[in-house]
Design a binder for this molecule. Structure first.
Ligand code: GLC
Length: 414
């Protein structure tokens, strides 16, 4: 697997100097066929996998991501390093731009975890000293700009910010009449259009209340990353900053439990709009608080039971991105290229298997790890897989699927 990942990351490597900013880049793109740019959360995952095959490149990946960090702390969800080469492809994307080369969106904040993985081994302290200020500025930006109600939960302002582009949990909120790509594009424009008119000013976008979601997947990852950042601050002798960051992480867990947890089902639901209406669709997001070590025992046990349940998430190739009991669940390809409507993805498996280990369910974690490895061994590195047949779909040579290497390393106690 290590060799296969090294070969994949050689094929998907992008290296050069961008004329538009005069800066060097060296990163792994998600997939040459469809995603030839640098994506934020993908890069965090790539760093985790790269740490096993080439630690120097893991650091280069994170440096490339941070190279275009803005003075206010913001880091774009896509950096279009070689924009000119792919103009035709860009016509097919729905993207909001901050500059022609940077998107104006966030993605789940996997930055601290990516940096922590890249900092392992010799020279790690120097690397942390170099990048941590920008990492802290990023989390401060997210906290300052995306949590106006100060509950420790950050809000996404567009559906693509969760990284779960066409998830059915937004169908009703976005008023999607038919599960077709054109309807999702139209819904995206109903949000992004008015944002453009207010100059994409965050305060004004919140005030429009068109799409404001305190997303459970985003905030579970946010909580975990604040915790990881606190550890890195501690390790570099910044005890006061570490304590403050740890308190922020605890507040995020507390609000997820108090505001998003449905006591009846044990599921966690996103909160939508100023009224914070729960989006009651059972998706993989609903399980994600399992990654938080400080999640109360009982809440974690309920989530583990749902992952095991053959009517909910206990598919032959777990963990499907939508509960099998949901009417919107589709195991394979849907609407040509609609994503996150039921298929199994490696990044959520990576999180959930770690969460299960943290909460004493090593047996179930191993099952997910084994089945994940089987998917890649049988079909190769696909973007997502059918939870019943294991067939691979979507982009080929998809880079974050290499997270399976980290899952196997853990599995072997490495
Ligand atoms: C799709 C995914 C998103 C990912 C991007 C690049 O848009 O939904 O999560 O970051 O592709 O791989």
């Amino acid at each position: 697997m290590r060799q296969a990942v090294a070969a994949l990351y050689e094929r998907n490597r992008q290296q050069g100097t961008a004329p538009w900013c005069g800066l060097e880049y060296d990163f792994v793109c998600p997939s040459y066929g469809t995603y030839p740019f640098q994506w934020f959360w993908d890069s965090g995952f790539h760093a985790v996998a790269l740490a096993h095959v080439d630690p120097g490149r893991a650091r280069a990946e994170m440096r490339s991501l941070l190279r275009n960090a803005q003075p206010d702390g913001f880091v774009a969800h896509v950096t279009f390093w070689q924009r000119e080469k792919y103009e035709d492809m860009l016509q097919t994307y729905s993207i909001a731009y901050r500059t022609p080369y940077l998107s104006d969106c966030i993605q789940p904040p996997v930055l601290a975890e990516g940096v922590a993985a890249a900092a392992r081994g010799a020279g790690g302290r120097e690397f942390l000293a170099e990048v941590l200020p920008a990492v802290v500025r990023y989390y401060d930006w997210v906290d300052r700009v995306r949590d106006p109600d100060r509950d420790g939960l950050i809000a996404t302002l567009q559906p693509d910010e969760s990284g779960l582009d066409h998830t059915p949990k937004y169908d009703a909120y976005l008023r999607i009449p038919r599960v077709e790509h054109a309807e999702f594009t139209a819904a995206w424009e109903r949000v992004a259009g008015p944002y453009g008119e207010v100059g994409r000013d965050p305060g004004a976008m919140f005030a429009l209340d068109l799409f404001v979601v305190e997303d459970v997947l985003v905030n579970s990852i946010y909580g975990e990353n604040q915790r990881v950042l606190a550890e890195m601050l501690e390790a570099t002798g910044q005890a006061a900053a570490a304590a403050a960051m740890r308190a922020r992480a605890a507040r995020t867990t507390q609000s997820l439990v108090e505001k998003c947890r449905d006591a009846k089902t044990g599921l966690f639901f996103d909160l939508a709009g100023r009224r914070e209406d729960p989006l009651r669709v059972s998706t993989v997001s609903s399980l994600m608080p399992l990654i938080l070590p400080d999640l109360p025992k009982e809440a974690a046990a309920r989530l583990a039971a749902l992952i095991e349940d053959p009517r909910e998430y206990g598919a032959p190739y777990p963990v499907p991105s939508v509960a099998m009991s949901e009417p919107s669940f589709v195991p394979g390809v849907v609407g040509g290229k609609l994503l996150w409507r039921g298929a199994t993805w490696m990044n959520t498996n990576w999180y959930l298997s770690r969460g299960l280990r943290r909460h004493g369910r090593e047996d179930l974690a191993r099952r997910i790890e084994d089945r994940s490895a089987e998917l890649v061994e049988r079909s190769g590195f696909f973007e997502y897989y059918d939870p019943f047949t294991g067939e691979g779909h979507g982009a080929r040579d998809f880079s974050w699927t290499a997270l399976v290497l980290d899952m196997l390393a853990r599995h072997e106690g490495g």
